[in-house]
Design a binder for this molecule. Sequence first.
Ligand SMILES: Cc1ncc(COP(=O)(O)O)c(C=O)c1O
Length: 389
Amino acid sequence: MREAIHNLEASKIREVANAGMGRSDVLAFWFGEGDEVTPEPIRRAAIESLQEGETFYAHNLGLPELREAVARYMSGLHPAIDAGRIAITSGGVSALMLAVQALVDAGDEVVAVTPVWPNLIAQPAILGARLRSVPLVPKEGQWTLELDALRAAVTSATKLLILNAPNNPTGWTLTRAEQQAILDHCRQTGTWILADEVYERLYYDEATFNGCAPSFLDVAAPDDRLVVVHSFSKSFLMTGWRLGWLVLPPTMVEDMGKLIEFNTSCTSVFTQRAGIAALAHSAEITPRVVAHLKTCRDTLVPLLAGLPGVQVAPARGGMYAFFRLEGFDDSLVLAKRLVAEAGLGLAPGNAFAPEAQGWLRWCFASQDPQRLVRGVERLRGWLAVQARA
Ligand SMILES: Cc1ncc(COP(=O)(O)O)c(C=O)c1O
C-alpha cells in the first residue's frame, strides 16, 4: 500500500454517523444531502432510457446532447461557454479527482483555502502533492478570506490553488472583485485555479447575482489556467446518481477524454439522459429547491443564534449552518456526545480543517423545516442540562 493512501484520514463525519446510524431516535443532519427524492421527470428520463436499451458504453467526454445542454445552461448563467469545453463526469467528486490528476505531479505544491470539504484536500494528497492551506478567518460567525494571506501563500512555486465557494462547510462565498484579484495573481504566478462551484445555484443573495453565486467563469478568459467543477447533486437533488461536469480550457479537453477513459471510461447513458431532463426542467426545479433551502436556513439560523453561547452567521451560500458553542472546544467529542445524549446528529467542524476545531456543521436541507426546529429544541435541552451540571 502506498504511504499516501495508508495515511489518509478516515472521515470524522462518518465516525460520528457510525455512532448513531440505525438509531431511529436520532435526528441526523450530518451528511451534505437533503431528504427529498429526485424530481419525477428526471427519474422518468432514466427509466425510459433503460427501457429503450441504452445500456452500452458512451463517449468518454459525455453524450454530445448533454454537453450541448450543459453549455446552454452555463451560458445562461455566465458568459457564453462552448460545448467543446464541457466534460461530463461521474459526479462532482470524480470531476475534482480528474482535474487534480490532470494538473498535479507528486511533489507539486498545492494551496487550498480551508475549512473545506475533506475530499478536496485528500485528492492532491493521494497524488503525492505537498499541501499548504490558507485558513479563512471567522468574524462574528462569518468566515472571511484574507486576500493578502492568499496572495502571500500562492507563489510561482504553487502549481494549483483549490477553492470551494460557496463553501462547504462555512457558507463563505467569494465576491467578484476577490475572484478577479485571485485570477490576476494566479496569472502572474502561473498557478492553475481549481474552482469547486457545485453550490453556485444555492446562493441566497439574489439581489446582487440573480440566483447564482459569482463565478470564476465570469471573470476568466477561456484559455486561462482555470478548471471549474460542477455537479447535478445539489441543485437537482441527484446525489445518488453520480453526475457532474468540468468546464475546461479548450486545450485540456482532448487529454481529459483520455484520462476519463482510464478512470470511469464514461458516465452511464441513462444517467446522462436524466441529466438532460434535469437541465430541461431547471427553471422549475432549481428555484424551488433554493427557495426551500432559504426557508430552511432562515428557520434554523435565528433559532441557533438565540441559544446561549452560540456563534453563528447566516450562510450566504450552500446548505450548511456552521456554528460554535462556547465552552466546547473539541468538535468530535461534542458531536459524539450530542448523538449519544441529545439524539442530534451533526458533523464535527475539525473534519474540515484544524482551524475549525470547536465548530459544528448542520446541513439544513430538510424537506420538513420543523425537523430543524425539533433539532434545535434537542440542543437547547442538552445545553440546559450542561448549564445545571
Ligand atoms: C464542496 C463539494 N464539492 C463537491 C462535492 C461532490 O458532489 P458530488 O460528487 O455528489 O457531485 C460535494 C459534495 O458534498 C461538496 O460538498
